[in-house]
Design a protein around this ligand. Structure first.
Ligand code: ATP
Ligand code: MG
Length: 215
């Protein structure tokens, strides 16, 4: 009888892009989260299961042992912190970037140069706080939970800090990207206690993932 391994994933791109990594470890998920309403998905390996959680809840599950390991964006890990977790791999999936964007008629460079206070709306307050502190720019951060693009259009904020991949959403909302803060990809995170207690199966899983990371 081997120990059960619980992997926390979020639905959507992280789930989809983790499937090939699981396959490299000989693991196939037996249900499709888009059609099933189950939150615990069985795999072809009786000792491995997948739990579906909000992207921003993955580190919480792994930190407190609700899952042995999980896949989370660098953005989410910076916001949450990585206490109690081991981050062995950059999986190079769910790639995008964290950027500053403004309305196309807002002169960001001049506002920065003049030392004006800039109102910035974002879900990523920790990344934004660090970024503007490093630049020595004074900002008022406004925490939002979604649809950041709306903030400059309604006058709620001058700028947003948000994830960008193609830039299509920004363009559709007359926003322009004025600064790239960092590249984002998803990381494998492992509960430190689980790594001690279930060392062999977790090591094998980590090694299999490492061998299948996309270029
Ligand atoms: P929640 O479900 O809590 O609202 P979310 O909407 O941020 O979370 P997703 O949109 O599924 O969750 O994004 C999950 C992760 O995928 C993000 O944390 C980020 O690392 C990455 N990601 C987000 N947007 C993109 C994108 N456009 N392209 C590639 N990766 C992205
Ligand atoms: Mg989402």
């Amino acid at each position: 009888m081997s120990a059960t391994i619980t992997l926390a994933l979020s639905k959507g791109r992280i789930f989809e892009e983790t499937l090939p990594l699981l396959k490299a470890a000989g693991i196939e998920v037996l249900e499709d989260p888009e059609t099933s309403r189950k939150l615990i998905l069985a795999t072809n390996k009786p000792e491995v299961r997948v739990v579906l959680v909000r992207a921003s809840d993955v580190p919480t599950y792994v930190q407190y042992g609700g899952a042995d390991l999980g896949v989370a964006g660098r953005d989410v890990l910076i916001e949450h912190g990585v206490a109690g977790m081991y981050v062995p791999l950059d999986l190079n999936i769910a790639r995008c970037r964290m950027s500053v964007a403004v309305r196309d008629d807002f002169d960001y460079a001049t506002a920065v140069q003049q030392g004006s206070r800039i109102r910035v709306a974002t879900k990523y307050t920790e990344i934004a706080r660090q970024h503007f502190a490093d630049k020595g720019v004074h900002v008022d951060l406004i925490k939002l939970y979604g649809s950041m693009e709306l903030a400059p259009l309604t006058g709620l904020a001058d700028a947003i800090v948000d994830l960008v991949s193609t830039g299509g959403t920004l363009r559709a909302n007359r926003l322009i990207e004025v600064e790239r803060i960092m590249d984002i990809s998803s990381r494998l995170v492992v509960n430190q206690a689980a790594l001690k207690l279930k060392r062999e199966p977790l090591r094998r899983l980590i090694d299999a993932f490492a061998s299948a990371i996309p270029k």
